[in-house]
Design a protein around this ligand. Structure first.
Ligand code: HEM
Length: 147
């Protein structure tokens, strides 16, 4: 069972992080050069169908994996010892991703225009960086950079 959940977790990580890297390094520069928010909207409407389910699968499978590693849920919220500190990192990244996504949806997307494109670009770069950090923290469970 653990292997199956881990496979789902990694598969949706490729969708979430991979999609954001394509957005940040390929689609966003085109939109900025053309000063055309439509380039972003086209990508977002296609990506949203797989990106949002992928993030939901990340959260559910991540919670399952965290519980199987560390059934004491209270230690998920302290930067104490391994592997609890990595779970705390993941939850922190999740909170930052959710806050940025909410801010973008409520404040930027409703008035997306060539003038607000740089603000949108900053948020895309931030969520992409957070998505890469999710992977860095994830692989550290097996003894990586942060273990
Ligand atoms: C977009 C969000 C996320 C991405 C991209 C992501 C990515 C990854 C990756 C690449 C691994 C490494 C798997 C391996 O080395 O075999 C991993 C492991 C893990 N992730 Fe995530 N993750 C995300 C969200 C979460 C969340 C929200 C949690 C819940 C706290 C979580 C908990 C875990 C756990 C516990 C492991 C270790 C599993 C194990 O080795 O047994 N992840 N993650």
């Amino acid at each position: 069972m653990h292997q199956l959940i881990l496979l789902l977790h990694v598969l949706s990580a490729t969708v979430w992080t991979g999609g954001h890297l394509v957005l940040a390094f390929s689609v966003l520069p085109k939109a900025l050069a053309a000063r055309d928010p439509g380039v972003l909207s086209g990508f977002e409407s296609a990506y949203e169908r797989v990106g949002m389910p992928a993030l939901l699968i990340q959260v559910i499978s991540g919670a399952w994996l965290a519980y199987s590693l560390l059934p004491d849920v209270s230690s998920w919220f302290t930067f104490d010892a391994f592997p609890g500190k990595l779970i705390t990192f993941k939850l922190l990244l999740l909170a930052m991703t959710s806050m940025t996504a909410l801010d973008t949806r409520l404040r930027i997307i409703p008035r997306l225009s060539p003038a607000t494109l740089p603000a949108m670009a900053r948020r895309i770069r931030l969520v992409t960086l957070l998505s890469v950090l999710f992977v860095v923290v994830g692989v550290s469970f097996r003894g990586g950079l942060l273990a």
